[in-house]
Ligand binder design. Structure first.
Ligand SMILES: Cc1ncc(COP(=O)(O)O)c(C=O)c1O
Length: 428
């Protein structure tokens, strides 16, 4: 048994940052274990460390804080729900009122008003839900041979079993032995490659394609709308499903509720997370078009044996309802449309710097500051230099820096963001 004094000493050591029990995701723990960067509070587009130093949040946390930090309306809505009932499971016929209401609200802004909504806790389990449901749907309609998924290079679809298997970022799938089978990986921007993959697997074997309308974690790589339309058509003609992974693009990031609504993609499923609660509590899920839900809703005894303890968590759904109120009442989606051109215009001057080779942008409040891809240590050094200059960013696939600020960012704050990036990157 550990003595009380020992426990206190350990806790103090942790507080001082000399050691930590916390294993950070996607981290070289050898490097970061002694020096966590502790974010203490947030307000609008800014966050503060424990010393009170202010940083401009150029990534909206991890692509989620679309309405910005510190919104008391969301906190109060969650508080009210927490006092009443924090959670109750939703298995079989159980439900809570915020769960039902949020599902209705999401269906109402989805491409098809008759859509159904299946909740989980985040993006990775949303991808697993969609992948399992796609295969289960085809089994239910008598086409069990349709098990092949197409996925794209640079694609990031989370880290659960399906998401890892669908990964287009090679290091994310390496070292785990045999992954979920029947996955074909194609270049992210070549529609003919999708057509060839369908031919190669056999059209009758295609279950679907997972698509980020703008590749996110793989380096913020927009594609022409015509590409999205073409691959959607190719998969549909083969009889497979178009699954729009909108964990980043959903809930405002691309200036509409979904990339699927903006580009008229008529997807069979949409995965979402992040922006639905803007990070105030964890939540994610899948929007399912009526024709995919039909075998499960219209016929007795056809059960999707899937779901999580926290599917439709009441307090998370209360956060989602408050977030949707703000997105609607404050014109946040419209602001994202403006940011689509304001951000690249403000960042354009960065290409004068030796370390910056390109700015990728064009769809939504998203941009990548591409650094010299041959210098492997540059992205981490650049992110640190930007932090020291008062702007938070991080490295994404292919050696770029992520720019995906809160959608409530003002023109002055956009200018400040660009200045701070310039100040940080010019020290390299
Ligand atoms: C497109 C996409 N899908 C899935 C995920 C996984 O989401 P989560 O980290 O919430 O599990 C992410 C996370 O960034 C994502 O960007």
């Amino acid at each position: 048994m550990r003595l009380q004094g020992e426990c206190r000493a350990l806790a103090e050591a942790v507080t001082l940052g000399s050691m930590s029990a916390f294993w950070h995701p996607f981290a070289d723990m050898h490097a970061v274990q002694h020096a966590p960067f502790i974010v203490d509070r947030g307000e609008g587009v800014y966050v503060y460390d424990e010393d009170g130093t202010r940083y401009l949040d150029a990534t909206a946390g991890l692509w989620y804080a679309n309405i910005g930090h510190g919104r008391s309306e969301v906190v109060e809505a969650v508080h009210r729900q927490m006092e009443r009932l924090p959670a109750f499971h939703t298995f079989v016929d159980f439900a809570t009122r915020p769960t039902l209401e949020l599902a209705e609200r999401i269906a109402a802004v989805s491409p098809d008003l008759g859509s159904k909504v299946f909740f989980g806790q985040g993006g990775s389990d949303a991808v697993d839900t969609a992948a399992k449901l796609a295969r289960r749907y085809f089994a239910a309609i008598g086409q069990p041979e349709r098990t092949v998924f197409i996925t794209r290079e640079w694609g990031y679809h989370g880290v659960n079993a399906y998401g890892t298997s669908l990964a287009g970022i090679e290091p994310n799938r390496a070292g785990y032995g045999e992954l979920v089978g029947d996955v074909a990986i194609v270049p992210y921007d070549d529609a003919e490659a999708v057509e060839k993959a369908i031919e190669h697997a056999g059209p009758e074997r295609i279950a679907g394609i997972f698509v980020e309308a703008v590749v996110g974690a793989g380096g913020i790589r927009p594609v022409p709308e015509s590409y999205l339309q073409q691959i959607r058509e190719a998969v549909r003609q083969a009889g497979g499903l178009y699954i729009s992974d909108e964990v980043i693009t959903g809930f405002g990031r691309v200036g509409d509720w979904f990339a699927a609504t903006r580009f008229d993609l008529e997807p069979d499923m949409i995965t979402f997370a992040k922006g639905v609660t803007c990070g105030y509590l964890p939540l994610g899920g899948v929007v399912i078009a009526p024709h995919i839900a039909a075998p499960f809703f219209d016929e007795p005894g056809n059960i999707f044996r899937h779901g999580y303890t926290y599917s439709g968590h009441a307090a998370s759904c209360a956060a989602g309802l408050a977030v949707m109120d703000i997105l609607e009442s404050e014109g946040v989606l419209e602001r994202a449309v403006e940011l689509e051109s304001e951000i690249p215009a403000a960042l354009a001057g960065l290409t004068d710097l030796d370390v910056v080779t390109d700015i990728r942008s064009g769809v939504g409040a998203l941009a990548a500051i591409q650094l010299d891809p041959d210098d492997e240590t540059l992205p981490a050094r650049a992110a640190k230099a930007c932090r020291d200059a008062g702007v938070l960013t991080r490295a994404v696939g292919g050696g770029a820096l992520q720019v995906s600020p809160p959608l409530v960012m003002t023109p002055d704050e956009v200018a400040e963001m660009a200045e701070r990036f310039h100040a940080g990157l010019s020290t390299l």
